[in-house]
Ligand binder design. Structure first.
Ligand code: IPE
Ligand code: IPE
Ligand code: MG
Length: 249
């Protein structure tokens, strides 16, 4: 990976990624869809290594949505296995060694088997002091569910209508300490958000790529960051008022 192509002054702090296209990748090779998920786990590992090399502080990946439970039962079971056994158990130490802090975002509701919650907690605990890159795995995640959960928390703590503002709501999102994504990437040529980080991507730069997720490697992440570096962020102001990162120019 040619890091010299990057402008170190314009690096995204937080990259969010919709890892899409596993099923199509497998079908194209005459394999069952589940093989695409297995191959997708490899791709994720390479992307994380790329994020560490580039010095990206936060990488948030969409692994399983609140809507994905409606897929065929066998596929759901396989996906949970890939996430819990391959990523959280076999890869955990490898990620730990390169300084990755692993976290989760999503609903911890009855649909998530207890043993998976246990593996998530173990991985988070093992890696919690790591400083290289924070990898957040969005699992049983829905952007609308996240906003609903935040509103519930506000109501539960007795917040009055006058006290509800953007800051109060943000405090109750799943990752209140993480800056909003600067860059949002989706693979597989689909131009959709699919309920990912609805609140947080208000001013993210969106990059859609044709590559199917199992073929994604750190070089693709580099390409997405280069595309990001060519964008002009404005945050509602005029181009003269702001530089690329939206800071006063
Ligand atoms: C992304 O790949 C993985 C998950 C949604 C869990 P898909 O399984 O959605 O693959 P396509 O979109 O059907 O090709
Ligand atoms: C989004 O992909 C969810 C994940 C990548 C985990 P989907 O494949 O579920 O999204 P749609 O159905 O194409 O919108
Ligand atoms: Mg898909």
């Amino acid at each position: 990976m040619d890091l010299s192509r990057l402008d170190p002054k314009r690096m995204p702090r937080h990259v969010a990624c919709v890892m899409d296209g596993n099923g199509r990748w497998a079908t194209r090779q005459g394999l069952p869809r589940t093989e695409g998920h297995r191959a997708g786990e490899e791709a994720l590992l390479d992307a994380v290594k790329g994020a560490v090399e580039m010095g990206i502080e936060y990488l948030t990946v969409y692994a399983f949505s609140t809507e994905n439970w409606r897929r065929p039962q066998d596929e759901v079971r396989f996906l949970l296995g890939v996430i819990a056994d391959d990523l959280l158990t076999k890869r955990r130490n490898e990620l730990h060694e390169i300084g990755v802090r692993i976290r989760f975002a999503g609903r911890r509701d009855w649909r998530v088997p207890k043993w998976i919650l246990g593996r998530m907690d173990e991985a988070a605990e093992l890696t919690r002091r790591n400083k290289a890159t924070t990898l957040t795995v969005a699992f049983n995640y829905g952007g609308r569910a996240e906003i609903v959960d935040a509103v519930r928390a506000l109501v539960a703590e007795g917040t009055s209508a006058r006290q509800v503002d953007e800051r109060a709501l943000r405090r109750h999102l799943y990752q209140p300490d993480v800056p909003d994504p600067d860059l949002f990437v989706r693979t597989s040529g689909e131009f959709r958000i699919s309920n990912f980080l609805l609140w947080e991507i208000a001013y993210s730069e969106l990059v859609f790529m044709d590559v199917l997720w199992p073929d994604f490697r750190r070089g693709h992440l580099l390409e997405a960051v280069l595309e990001y570096q060519n964008r002009e962020r404005r945050f509602g102001l005029t181009g003269d008022q702001r530089d690329h990162d939206g800071l006063p120019g």
